[in-house]
Design a protein around this ligand. Structure first.
Ligand SMILES: [Zn+2]
Length: 97
Protein backbone atom coordinates (compact mmCIF):
# COMPACT_ATOMS: atom_id res chain seq x y z
CA UNK A 1 0.00 0.00 0.00
CA UNK A 2 1.23 3.45 -0.94
CA UNK A 3 0.11 6.97 -0.02
CA UNK A 4 0.30 9.77 -2.57
CA UNK A 5 -0.33 13.42 -1.78
CA UNK A 6 -1.77 15.18 -4.79
CA UNK A 7 -3.00 18.63 -5.77
CA UNK A 8 -6.44 19.97 -4.94
CA UNK A 9 -7.19 20.15 -8.65
CA UNK A 10 -6.71 16.42 -9.10
CA UNK A 11 -9.32 15.30 -6.57
CA UNK A 12 -11.65 18.25 -5.98
CA UNK A 13 -14.34 18.14 -4.64
CA UNK A 14 -13.17 14.90 -2.94
CA UNK A 15 -10.56 14.93 -0.17
CA UNK A 16 -9.14 11.53 -1.06
CA UNK A 17 -9.43 8.53 -3.29
CA UNK A 18 -8.42 4.88 -3.17
CA UNK A 19 -7.05 2.96 -6.13
CA UNK A 20 -7.73 -0.68 -5.28
CA UNK A 21 -6.01 -2.11 -8.33
CA UNK A 22 -2.69 -0.40 -7.70
CA UNK A 23 -3.13 -0.25 -3.89
CA UNK A 24 -2.60 3.52 -3.71
CA UNK A 25 -4.33 5.94 -1.33
CA UNK A 26 -4.54 9.48 -2.70
CA UNK A 27 -4.83 12.42 -0.28
CA UNK A 28 -5.12 16.10 -1.13
CA UNK A 29 -2.02 17.99 -0.06
CA UNK A 30 -3.83 21.29 0.50
CA UNK A 31 -5.89 20.02 3.45
CA UNK A 32 -5.08 20.84 7.08
CA UNK A 33 -2.66 18.31 8.62
CA UNK A 34 -5.26 16.79 10.95
CA UNK A 35 -7.70 16.28 8.07
CA UNK A 36 -4.99 14.71 5.91
CA UNK A 37 -4.37 12.11 8.65
CA UNK A 38 -8.06 11.28 8.80
CA UNK A 39 -8.41 11.05 5.01
CA UNK A 40 -5.20 9.00 4.73
CA UNK A 41 -6.39 6.31 7.16
CA UNK A 42 -9.88 6.37 5.65
CA UNK A 43 -8.46 5.66 2.17
CA UNK A 44 -5.97 3.08 3.47
CA UNK A 45 -8.87 1.21 5.06
CA UNK A 46 -10.64 1.09 1.69
CA UNK A 47 -7.57 -0.58 0.16
CA UNK A 48 -7.86 -3.61 2.41
CA UNK A 49 -11.66 -3.73 2.59
CA UNK A 50 -13.24 -6.47 0.50
CA UNK A 51 -16.93 -5.62 0.97
CA UNK A 52 -18.91 -4.37 -2.04
CA UNK A 53 -21.68 -2.28 -0.47
CA UNK A 54 -20.68 1.36 -0.96
CA UNK A 55 -22.48 2.78 2.07
CA UNK A 56 -21.15 0.06 4.37
CA UNK A 57 -17.63 0.61 2.99
CA UNK A 58 -17.83 4.31 3.84
CA UNK A 59 -19.22 3.70 7.33
CA UNK A 60 -16.46 1.23 8.15
CA UNK A 61 -13.68 3.45 6.76
CA UNK A 62 -15.03 6.44 8.69
CA UNK A 63 -15.25 4.56 11.99
CA UNK A 64 -11.78 3.06 11.54
CA UNK A 65 -10.24 6.46 10.92
CA UNK A 66 -12.36 8.41 13.43
CA UNK A 67 -11.16 6.18 16.30
CA UNK A 68 -7.59 7.13 15.39
CA UNK A 69 -8.28 10.79 14.61
CA UNK A 70 -11.36 11.97 16.53
CA UNK A 71 -10.73 15.68 16.00
CA UNK A 72 -9.72 15.10 12.40
CA UNK A 73 -12.99 13.32 11.74
CA UNK A 74 -15.01 16.22 13.13
CA UNK A 75 -13.08 18.82 11.13
CA UNK A 76 -13.36 16.69 7.99
CA UNK A 77 -17.10 16.49 8.52
CA UNK A 78 -17.43 20.24 8.97
CA UNK A 79 -15.18 20.91 5.98
CA UNK A 80 -17.33 18.62 3.90
CA UNK A 81 -20.21 20.94 4.61
CA UNK A 82 -18.44 24.27 4.07
CA UNK A 83 -14.87 23.78 2.87
CA UNK A 84 -13.97 27.36 2.07
CA UNK A 85 -15.21 28.96 5.26
CA UNK A 86 -13.81 26.29 7.57
CA UNK A 87 -10.39 26.39 5.97
CA UNK A 88 -10.34 30.11 6.49
CA UNK A 89 -11.38 29.56 10.10
CA UNK A 90 -8.53 27.10 10.72
CA UNK A 91 -6.03 29.49 9.19
CA UNK A 92 -7.28 32.24 11.50
CA UNK A 93 -6.90 30.00 14.57
CA UNK A 94 -3.34 29.19 13.51
CA UNK A 95 -2.55 32.88 13.13
CA UNK A 96 -4.28 33.54 16.44
CA UNK A 97 -6.69 36.24 15.35
ZN1 LIG B 1 -14.37 6.58 1.39
Amino acid sequence: MKIKYVSRKKLYPAFGESDMKNQVAFVREDLPKIVKKFVRDHELYHLKDKSQNVLWREIKANIYSAIRHPLGSIITLIMSLQPYRIKLYIQRIKKGK
